[in-house]
Design a protein around this ligand. Structure first.
Ligand code: IPM
Ligand code: MN
Length: 324
């Protein structure tokens, strides 16, 4: 049975890099039954649609979603990000944001909790626009949400180098940090073969730059994970190489590059499609096409550098696959 995949090119360089990802998947021999969804800032500006509930319901019956990037400077911040990307993550309960980083000398994975924390949208304004205004933005942390993220990290570590680091800020965030830390200890007790470590997020920023080899699997909350994974991209060959899986194991899941829509380089051919291609490989893993996924990763990983325009890089990866 063909894999049913919804494709959302999105904004900026999103459609450019997704096209290369689909090209590479086709070259790998995996057939996808794709449906395109015209969503993102451009669509919103045209007819006001961000993401309606009927579309989300349709997606529940798919196997995967493949997304380029969303967000455009002509739309106020938050409308597309919250209304489309975060709505996808929350409504489809894609509770794991998995971001692998592979560079010479280090190879680690960040498991970012993907449905809670400061992203939950708790908070509001009082007296907005006045001299006395107040804004609050809460962080929502549930035992259920932290435990499933932590458990996923430990399960992953068992299949890797048996090491998990919790990253948080327990010395200041004494409520959410305490919940995360206790949950981490409880789950760790079930995995005696897995070694554990804890880093405050500020210290983790130093280690990412100076000693990333200390990490195998990192688990952290939504906002720390967002920030740390941009840094992870920067220290692992650049954000143009970093893929993401937004997972609900066993259900429709969403695959996208870590990078954004980069409106400054749209149409120039300068967007690196490798992050989108590697996100496509993670999608193939999810679809049970692990062998093709591995061939795509190897094709991206050959010693000869991938250079040229967006579509030239896509062509080169596809050609490597076809050459075997
Ligand atoms: C990411 C992005 C998103 C996030 C934005 C676009 C909402 O930065 O996937 O890392 O903050 O999660
Ligand atoms: Mn981010």
């Amino acid at each position: 049975m063909a894999h049913r995949v919804g494709v959302i090119g999105g904004d900026g360089i999103g459609p450019e890099v997704v096209a290369e990802g689909l090209k590479v998947i086709a070259a790998s021999g995996v057939h996808l039954d794709t449906t395109e969804y015209d969503l993102g800032g451009a669509r919103y500006l045209r007819d006001g649609t961000v993401l309606d509930d009927a579309t989300v319901e349709e997606w529940r019956h798919l196997d995967a979603l493949y997304l380029g990037a969303v967000g455009t400077p002509d739309v106020p911040p938050g409308i597309i990000e919250r209304g489309l990307l975060l709505k996808m993550r929350f409504e489809l309960d894609l509770y794991i944001n998995l971001r692998p980083f592979i560079a010479p000398g280090h190879d680690f994975v960040v498991i970012r909790e993907n449905t809670e924390g400061a992203y939950a949208g708790e908070g509001g304004f009082l007296r907005r626009g006045t001299a006395e205004e107040i804004a609050t933005q809460g962080s929502v942390n549930t035992r259920h949400g932290t435990e499933r993220a932590v458990r996923y990290a430990f399960d992953l570590a068992v299949a890797r180098r048996q090491h998990v680091t919790l990253v948080h800020k327990t010395n200041v965030l004494t409520f959410s940090g305490d919940l995360w830390y206790r949950t981490f200890q409880l789950v760790a007790a079930e995995y005696p073969e897995v070694e554990t470590a804890y880093n405050h997020v500020d210290a983790a920023c130093i280690y990412f730059v100076e000693d990333p080899a200390r990490y195998d699997v990192i688990v952290t909350d939504n906002l720390f994970g967002d920030i740390l994974t941009d840094l992870g991209g920067a220290v692992s060959g650049g954000i143009g190489l970093a893929p993401t899986a937004n997972l609900h194991p066993g259900r429709v899941s969403m695959f996208e590059p870590v990078h954004g829509s980069a409106p400054d380089i749209v149409g120039t051919g300068r967007a690196n499609p490798v992050a989108a291609v590697l996100s496509g490989a993670m999608m193939l893993d999810h679809l049970g096409e692990g062998e093709a996924a591995e061939r795509i990763r190897k094709a991206c990983d050959r010693p000869e550098p991938l250079t040229g325009t967006t579509s030239e890089i896509g062509d080169a990866i596809a050609a490597r696959l076809e050459a075997g």
